[in-house]
Each structure stands twice: as structure tokens, then as C-alpha cells.
Design a protein around this ligand. Structure first.
Ligand SMILES: [Zn+2]
Length: 97
């Protein structure tokens, strides 16, 4: 007997032919690093030590989630199509702005 799998969004029964796995990864983008004259005058070792101290004070799990977090879900074809439609709309909106 095969395992019963339900859509994580609408709870409809999924078959091997209409199952879509959604994997979302959100990653923090690193901004463009600009170094100017005043940065070069700073004590870099002191700056690095300060950054390490700040990182040590943070919750490691929270810090990791801030930088990189992944979600996974299974969807039926209908929910998959709706999601794709919404993503395309969001993507078009971003281009228009
Ligand atoms: Zn669904």
C-alpha cells in the first residue's frame, strides 16, 4: 500500500502524477562592499574583534535563520498553479517599480 500524501495548502489527496514539492530558501544578500579612506584608517583587527563579540552575543539559531532559512511543502497542481501565478505577479510588480 502506498503512503497517503495530502496537499499542505488545501489538504486534497495527492497522487504521484500531481504532486509538486515546493522548496523555498531565503538567503540574506550581501550588499556591495565599499571601502573608503576612513575604513582603511580603522584598526581592522579591532573591528573584527568587535564583530566577533557581537556575533557571540547573538543566539546562534536566530542568527542562522536571519542569514539562511528553508521551507519545504508538497502541493497539488491547482495550488502549484496559483502559487506560480502569484509569484509571476509579484515578479512583474518588482520590474515595474
Ligand atoms: Zn492544494
Amino acid at each position: 500500500m502506498s503512503e497517503i500524501i495530502l496537499c499542505d495548502r488545501c489538504s486534497s489527496l495527492l497522487s504521484s502524477k500531481n504532486t509538486y514539492r515546493l522548496i523555498i530558501t531565503l538567503q540574506q544578500t550581501a550588499g556591495v562592499l565599499e571601502v573608503n579612506q576612513s575604513d582603511l584608517k580603522k584598526d581592522l583587527i579591532e573591528e573584527i574583534e568587535k564583530t566577533i563579540e557581537e556575533l557571540n552575543a547573538c543566539d546562534p539559531k536566530e542568527l542562522e535563520d536571519d542569514i539562511h532559512i528553508s521551507f519545504s511543502a508538497v502541493l497539488c497542481k491547482r495550488c502549484r498553479d496559483k502559487l506560480v501565478e502569484r509569484l509571476k505577479e509579484a515578479s512583474n510588480r518588482q520590474i515595474d517599480e
